[in-house]
Ligand binder design. Structure first.
Ligand SMILES: Cc1cc2nc3c(=O)[nH]c(=O)nc-3n(C[C@H](O)[C@H](O)[C@H](O)COP(=O)(O)OP(=O)(O)OC[C@H]3O[C@@H](n4cnc5c(N)ncnc54)[C@H](O)[C@@H]3O)c2cc1C
Length: 484
């Protein structure tokens, strides 16, 4: 279809203000939070309703035009990276909270609703929405759903997938379906909602999402403990969790990260090789008992200081420091690359040691801030894009960190997704058969591969191609297919 005609057809659906076609304006959408990949899309559209999304997708489907969904564009794996000859469907104008059902602990939202708005909406009723990515003041529920986002409190409360009850989805052919139970905890039939959550925008576009909200805990206690190094801090993490306590959050920052955060937001953190922020929540009596135990474990692991948040203000200050960690890197380096991998908690010490060695080998600084409780690392590789070759070196170092994590029984990503960034590493973690099976699912939703094409899989093949000899029926293999 000619570009001019496509623009006219999109304008007929969305009105002139819902279509962006000027090259300079399109540039604003050329990347997500991972800025080393950039593609200017053919067109950006801004639907306001689910019906708009459906009509836009139908038009794309009928014309064979690839499309990519975008929420707030904070993704760190290039998931919302546009396709050059494709349409970028920005969901930020679908931002209504459609229904709040306190007795059933459900909130129904449009996908462009910002994460923190959900908690703000139900706060007066004593509830909140538990998944809390550090980007929660800007990232959208649609993006959170597509990435199965985590956050500091996901150790105890689970990831996005544990808090999404149902979704209305526009499939790549423009049909609209509902997956998940909505009000019922366990829907009959295949668990399609589970497949959709974390599918990184490759199976369709969510236009309505039912979320589970949880009651605010009776008590919350937060402490900050300073240690000589990450190894000592790691010992405290093992001691706390090994003692049977599941903290609501347990986060670690190393000295370089503390330095950046101090420079950026001045939370008054102690100078230390590593700090832990530990938060416990639940019934008051239980929390108090476990909090005292946690303090003891930190002291037994030679904490040089244990600082207890005396009120909500001080608690907020601890978290302000933690949540500003990525952005704070801008104070100590021109550019940084966020790596996101997971290792078993018991491997944290060895992996952190290897990351430090890799930093020395490459001659680059690596800051660490991470969800220590579930072993989800976020090494931040610092570099200067203006120095020729540094960006490539940073990416190579980040790749070596991924391989280290895999060698220690870890995973390619903890919460930021595969997207464009890590698809090349997928064969390091999965066999051809594993990848073929995932591809079968993708093809069931999107046989023409127009929905966020080229993401997640290293070597996309056309749907309908036999994914591998293991799929052949044994009788067919024996040449007896005609008997059927
Ligand atoms: C400073 C900072 C801190 C961060 N902290 C965390 C963190 O603690 N935990 C964490 O998990 N992540 C974190 N992230 C990463 C990012 O914020 C999350 O991945 C977030 O969920 C992305 O939401 P978004 O609205 O920006 O989505 P986008 O970046 O716009 O899109 C992300 C993916 O979702 C797809 N998508 C978007 N909307 C829809 C929809 N309605 N239907 C189907 N697919 C859709 C896109 O195609 C893309 O593949 C952080 C990012 C930054 C910049």
């Amino acid at each position: 279809m000619q570009r001019d005609l496509l623009i006219r057809e999109m304008q007929a659906i969305l009105g002139p203000e819902g279509v962006i076609s000027e090259r300079e304006q399109l540039r604003s959408y050329e990347c997500d939070g991972l800025m080393n990949y950039r593609v200017i899309p053919e067109l950006v559209v801004l639907p306001e309703t689910a019906e708009h999304v459906q009509s836009v997708v139908k038009l794309c489907y009928n014309e064979g035009i690839p499309f990519v969904a975008r929420g707030s564009g904070t993704g760190l794996s290039g998931g919302a990276l546009p396709v050059e000859s494709g349409v970028l469907i920005v969901l930020s104008r679908l931002r209504r909270i459609l229904e709040v059902d306190i007795p059933n602990q459900r909130v129904i939202v449009e996908p462009g609703v910002i994460n923190i708005w959900v908690s703000q909406e139900v706060a007066d009723e004593g509830y909140y929405y538990a998944p809390d990515p550090a980007s929660q003041i800007v990232s959208s529920i649609g993006g959170n759903l597509a990435e199965n986002s985590g956050g500091v409190h996901c150790l105890k409360y689970g990831f996005t997938t544990n808090h999404v009850m149902g979704a209305e989805i526009v499939l790549p052919d423009g049909s609209m379906v509902n997956v998940g139970g909505g009000m019922a905890p366990d829907a009959p039939g295949y668990e399609l909602l589970g497949a959709f959550v974390g599918s990184e925008g490759t199976l369709g576009i969510a236009t309505k999402i039912t979320l589970r909200i949880v009651r605010k805990p009776e008590a919350v206690r937060t402490l900050l403990a300073a240690f000589k190094d990450t190894e000592e801090a790691g010992g405290a993490v093992s001691g706390i969790i090994g003692g049977g306590i599941v903290p609501a959050a347990i986060e670690m920052m190393d000295s370089l990260c503390i330095e950046a955060v101090e420079t950026a937001v001045h939370p008054g953190f102690p100078q230390a090789g590593a700090i832990l922020i530990v938060e416990l929540d639940g019934p008051a009596a239980e929390v108090e008992d476990q909090f005292q135990h946690t303090i003891r474990v930190c002291e037994e692991n030679d904490a040089s200081e244990v600082r207890i948040a005396e009120d909500d203000e001080e608690r907020a200050l601890f978290w302000k420091g933690r949540k500003a960690a990525f952005a704070a890197m801008g104070r100590i380096a021109n550019d940084y690359y966020v790596q996101d991998s997971v290792v078993p908690r018991t491997e944290l010490g060895a992996v952190l040691k290897r990351i430090s060695e890799l930093g020395s080998e490459y001659g680059m600084r690596v800051a660490n801030v991470f969800h220590a409780g579930d072993g989800n690392l976020h090494p931040l590789v610092l570099y200067d894009n203006d120095v020729p070759g540094e960006a490539e070196k940073a990416e190579a170092l980040a790749g070596d960190i991924v391989f280290t994590c895999l060698e220690h029984g870890g995973s390619l990503t903890g919460e930021h997704g595969i997207g464009e960034d890590k698809k090349k590493y997928m064969p390091k973690m999965f066999t051809t058969e594993d990848l073929d099976t995932m591809q079968l699912l993708r093809c069931a939703f999107d046989p023409h591969q127009i929905c966020n094409p080229g993401k997640i899989f290293p070597t996309p093949r056309l749907c309908g191609e036999r994914p591998g000899p293991f799929r052949m029926h044994p009788v067919q293999k024996a040449g007896l297919a005609e008997n059927f």
